[in-house]
Design a protein around this ligand. Structure first.
Ligand SMILES: Cc1cc2nc3c(=O)[nH]c(=O)nc-3n(C[C@H](O)[C@H](O)[C@H](O)COP(=O)(O)OP(=O)(O)OC[C@H]3O[C@@H](n4cnc5c(N)ncnc54)[C@H](O)[C@@H]3O)c2cc1C
Length: 428
């Protein structure tokens, strides 16, 4: 039996791991990057807390003891769910008995003019590296030419008040106010601004209103300015225009404003719904296409009365394992079971000692130190489950907690990040 899995994120890796070393099963795990990207820690790379190497895990290495799993570094250009084949961008076609789509998400710019060209999304290790490179390039340029501050060089705009935007804004606030004054003495950092723009009236809407209020307070404590009930109308190379007419001069706009399914979901006539995500039934297969599964962020996975579970690492991981079990059940002539999600809660970190967690069946809400500890624990579990060595994470957590104003020189070294130069004469 041949299983082809598209995507080596949480869902694809969990599915392949479950099928690894099963006799009679051959797995092709295809990923365009060739490594697993641990998205929950992307913003730590973007804000110079971790290196790229700390959050990317080579898929060949992950499956080196599983001879029945072949890892292929390749882009899947299209799927044919009827024929159960995938076509790679070099034209090669792979056929499967069971096809698993686990290609994740991509940023959704909602047709905002200039966003695709000038904003910095945060969905991959390369994205995170690009944000860090841009921050360090700006700082180096301002060191040489302090007058650039007048052009808004030290204004950093974050779009989106969901977890990605809130976590990035909090981390950037701490970087600017706690760390950079030691690393970049003499820079006019008192003139730096981190501005979070969100179209809605509240932050972190997946959480309670109280949690949103806590997040707003914690962000303000870290020097973040909030522009709520305001959307981004246009992004130019040197500025952002907001819906209320305000124009903010800036050279870094981080986009956490939304996501949609990976491009491959739109191929092969797959049924799609909200966010362009593939529609699946209770057993995670695509209606009308037996033996074709869609998992994690690329799918709308129904659960109870909910039309779709949220885009979370735990949903992706559990759906990956479940799909593998269903594939094995089908191979034994048994009926696949409907997916049952074990909800462990949701959490977000705003900064050191400031996190929010809603845990347990009744969504008990905790803030502050305990939530911070829960956040660290859950991420450690997620890392462990993809076979990561936990040393780097443990070292980061300890340093982050005990030495908030310190970063290793390597993380703040511009020459370590290959970032394009900024054309300061380019105007919108
Ligand atoms: C900034 C950020 C922070 C987050 N923080 C948290 C958090 O704290 N906790 C939490 O639970 N969740 C968090 N999430 C969400 C979580 O990371 C996702 O829900 C999870 O990664 C989804 O897993 P997946 O396997 O479906 O997709 P992904 O992890 O996105 O993996 C998809 C894979 O498919 C590959 N791929 C895509 N298209 C193709 C193609 N055409 N051909 C070949 N390969 C392809 C990609 O390279 C990628 O490796 C965060 C997400 C982001 C972006």
């Amino acid at each position: 039996m041949r299983v082809v899995i598209v995507g080596g994120g949480f869902a694809g890796v969990a599915c392949a791991k479950r099928l690894a070393n099963e006799s009679g099963v051959r797995v092709d795990l295809i990923d365009r990057a060739g490594y697993h990207q641990f998205q929950p820690l992307l913003y730590q790379v973007a804000t110079a807390e971790l290196t790229s190497e700390d959050i990317r895990f080579d898929l060949c290495r992950l499956f080196r003891d599983s001879p029945n799993v072949t890892v292929r570094k390749a882009v899947v250009a299209a799927v044919d769910p009827q024929a159960r084949t995938v076509t790679l961008d070099d034209g090669q076609v792979l056929a499967a008995d069971h096809l698993v789509l686990a290609a994740g998400a991509q940023p959704n710019f909602f047709n905002t003019p200039g966003a695709a060209e000038h904003a910095f999304p945060l969905y991959s290790v390369d994205d995170a590296q690009a944000v860090r490179g841009r921050i360090l390039t700006i700082l180096e340029d301002v060191k040489q030419r302090p007058e650039l501050v007048e052009q808004g060089a030290l204004n950093f705009v974050i779009v989106g008040g969901g977890p990605t935007g809130v976590e990035t804004a909090g981390a950037l606030g701490e970087l600017i106010h706690d760390v950079l004054p030691h690393a970049y003495r003499g820079l006019p950092l008192d003139r730096a601004q981190v501005i979070l723009v969100d179209a809605g009236p509240a932050l972190l809407t997946a959480f309670s209103a109280q949690a949103g209020g806590y997040a707003a307070t914690q962000l303000r404590k870290r020097g973040v300015e909030l522009r709520q009930n305001t959307s981004v109308k246009q992004i130019d190379p040197d500025q952002v225009t907001l819906s209320d007419g305000e124009v903010i001069k800036t050279r870094l706009v981080v986009w956490g404003g939304g996501e949609k399914a990976a491009a491959v979901a739109a191929t092969g006539g797959l049924p799609t719904g909200h966010g362009g995500r593939v529609t699946v039934g209770g057993d995670l297969t695509v209606p009308g296409f037996p033996h074709v599964y869609a998992l994690g962020d690329v799918a709308n996975i129904p659960s109870g009365d909910e039309p779709a579970l949220p885009q979370l690492g735990s949903v992706a991981q559990q759906s990956g394992r479940w799909a593998a079990d269903n594939i094995l059940a089908e191979a034994r002539g048994k009926t696949p079971h409907p997916f049952h999600y074990r909800d462990k809660g949701i959490m977000a970190m705003i900064g050191r000692k400031a996190a929010i967690a809603e845990v347990g069946a009744h969504r008990h809400e905790i803030h502050g130190d305990f939530a911070f500890a829960a956040w660290l624990g859950v991420h450690m579990q997620l890392l462990d489950s993809i076979g990561a060595q936990l040393k780097a994470y443990a070292a980061w957590a300890q340093e982050f907690y005990l030495r908030p104003d310190h970063r290793s020189a390597e993380l703040l070294e511009p020459s370590r990040v290959d970032s394009p130069r900024i054309d300061w004469d380019q105007k919108g």
